[in-house]
Ligand binder design. Structure first.
Ligand code: M6R
Length: 612
């Protein structure tokens, strides 16, 4: 995905664009660019980070009150200066920024080449702006009409903003499949991929819907139309985001800030949704469909990456507590394998961003087959939240570090509530047990805080193993998905090869990897499989592997055999992932920092994968 930002009004545009791009940089960071209109269109773009663009522009005159900016995650064409956005049309009169993919760009490009167009980049975006220019010329129409006609011809996903050299009083923005927020100020407008570049200027926003475009004018008036040319009355909403939430607040990296926010956001995700004293749980979205969910033939959980790992925890929880058959599917596989699914199924779609292309496609498929879709999203107003029949927000607040941390914990909190609510309704859990769990759940933020206090110890362990080329993460039961998540965190930010396995599965292959150079992280907090985990640790030690064990406070047995033990507060086993994940997040963070990796913007990754 990419980040896009635009502004028209009375302020100097450059600082708004630059700050906006810095805030959106988590969405893509292989090149960046801006275009401003100041008599002529001036485009500045550079491969690399927004800071490289800033240096590149340093001596230029960027005085203007209208402009657009882009930070890119490459899809079509290498991340170089030429492929960076904005792109100009052939005449140099129009410029565009684009997030998404135009799938039929090749055939349009061939046709445009036949009409004398030449191209300076490998991007689908340059094709789109030239298509708009060609339509404007052929049809002798306004830019608005040309944009609308062009967008009716293209196949794919986009959020775009178009600026016209000959009209310094207007910007046109459109979306299909990629998010776009319009900020409405006093005779000024902001447009961005998310609200972070907007929040300090105005709280009034409109989230554009798919196949809609906005025409915004310097005079302060604007309108929104569908691609069918029908005007829509804009639904103006109040932003709830705060500036503090999108700044580092004294932490060196967003990832560390977000790891440390977990006690608070877990509490936020539970607030108003349960009471231990009164013994109730109430997720608004679930309540409405509880009978259908109760009678579901099965629940299918679909997601990608970290959200898929929390889905695996959901499977354990729902099957254990509510006794409903659950299957967990990678959205990217589910969408293409003609799954057997019908109106008696319920699909839980989990996504931090709410924009992941594969998860969205999986939802569409399940919806076509009449399944009930329940979305668990973090980003308010996101596509998945909108297409779901019902759902719950995780309330983690903006997650900016590319490696997901607090989103995971809050997804797990919601899944715990879902499992308990269904269990209560079905009568598969005794009231006394339910209360016990709810009391413990209320206590969990404090226990997560205690786990965070282990930071220094984890850092010391990180210093010992930071140069290891491989890591194994092993866990049983609910700790198996935690092992997968720990391994993913290490891979994505420190570029160390890491594998997560069910601890008992180790004997069936991975054990061959173990020698004195292999650090093995054991999640060993399970009361139910404690002896078995000890055997697994012995097996690793017998082969000279180095064992880092996450154990419950006061554990003495594992201390005897492991090389390092990290003692986390004990809790109800079904809640333990919320605690055991913390040292794994910290371990990956410190190793990455020690290796000099860019923690918040790991190579090749983007925060949300809005392309296939
Ligand atoms: O926004 P989503 O939760 O749908 O994103 C899913 C994955 O792309 C995401 O979890 C990814 O794996 C993260 N980089 C993990 O840290």
């Amino acid at each position: 995905m990419c980040g896009i930002v635009g502004y028209i009004g009375n302020r100097e545009v450059f600082p708004i664009l630059l700050k906006g791009l810095k805030r959106l940089e988590y969405r893509g960071y292989d090149s960046a660019g801006i275009a401003i209109l100041n008599g002529d269109l001036h485009v500045y773009k550079k491969a690399g980070k927004v800071s490289d663009l800033e240096k590149h522009i340093a001596d230029s005159d960027v005085t203007s009150t209208i402009g657009i900016g882009h930070t890119r995650w490459a899809t079509h064409g290498a991340p170089n200066d030429e492929n960076a956005h904005p792109h100009l049309s052939q005449s140099g009169n129009l410029t565009i920024i684009h997030n998404g993919i135009i799938e039929n760009y090749a055939s349009i490009k061939t046709e445009l080449k036949g009409r004398g167009y030449t191209f300076h980049s490998d991007t689908d975006t340059e094709v789109l702006i030239n298509l708009i220019e060609e339509i404007k010329k052929q049809e002798k129409c306004t830019l608005e009409d040309a944009v609308r006609i062009a967008l009716n011809q293209v196949i794919g996903a986009y959020a775009i903003v178009v600026m016209d050299k000959n009209n310094p009083n207007q910007l046109i923005a459109a979306r299909k499949g990629s998010p776009l927020v319009l900020g409405i100020g006093e005779k000024e407008f902001f447009i961005a991929s998310d609200a972070s570049p907007i929040v300090e200027y105005t709280k009034n926003v409109v989230y554009l819907d798919d196949q809609e475009y906005a025409v915004i004018n310097r005079t302060g008036d604007f309108y929104i139309k569908t691609l069918g040319n029908v005007e829509k009355s804009p639904a103006i909403q109040k932003l709830e985001m705060s500036i503090e939430a999108i700044e580092k607040g004294g932490f060196e990296h967003f990832m560390l800030k977000e790891i440390y926010e977990q006690p608070k956001v877990i509490a936020d995700s539970l607030r108003g949704r349960m009471s231990a004293v009164e013994g109730w749980i109430k997720l608004g979205g679930l309540d409405e469909y509880i009978n259908r969910i109760n009678n579901a033939h099965r629940i299918i959980i679909t997601a990608c990456g970290t959200s898929w790992h929390s889905g695996l925890i959901g499977e354990y929880l729902i099957e254990e507590l509510a006794r409903v058959n659950v299957e967990v599917e990678y959205a990217s596989e589910f969408r293409y394998r003609n799954p057997i699914i019908n109106s008696s199924d319920v699909v839980l779609a989990i996504s931090q961003s709410g924009e992941t292309a594969d998860t969205l496609a999986a939802i569409e498929l399940a919806k076509e087959r009449q399944a009930l879709i329940y979305g668990i999203c973090n980003v308010i107003g996101s596509s998945i939240a909108r297409v779901s029949h019902a759902g719950s927000y995780t309330h983690a607040g903006p997650e900016i570090g590319v490696a997901s941390t607090k989103a995971f914990s809050t997804q797990v909190s919601i899944l715990i509530l879902i499992a308990l609510q269904i269990a209560k309704h079905k009568g598969t859990i005794a009231n006394s047990k339910l209360r016990e769990i709810l009391y413990e759940l209320e206590n969990i933020p404090k226990k997560v805080e205690k786990a965070l206090a282990l930071d220094e110890q984890v850092k010391e362990i990180a210093a010992i193993y930071k140069d290891a080329p491989n890591f194994l993460y092993l866990g049983r039961g609910l700790n198996f998905p935690v092992a997968l998540e720990g391994a993913l965190k290490l891979k994505e930010i420190s570029y160390i090869h890491a594998e997560g396995y069910p601890a008992a599965e180790m004997k069936h292959g991975p054990i061959a990897l173990i020698d004195e150079a292999m650090p093995v992280v054991f999640l060993a907090t399970n009361q139910s499989a404690y002896e078995k985990i000890i055997s697994n640790i012995q097996e690793v030690k017998a082969r000279k592997g180095k064992v880092i064990a996450i154990v419950n406070e006061g554990d003495t047995e594992i201390k005897e055999i492991a090389d390092h033990v990290i003692e986390v507060p004990a809790t109800e086993e079904i809640l333990s992932p919320l605690v055991t994940i913390v040292p794994l997040q910290l371990l990956s963070y410190h190793i990455a920092v020690m290796r000099g990796a860019n923690v918040d913007q790991p190579r090749n990754l983007a925060k949300s994968v809005t392309v296939e």
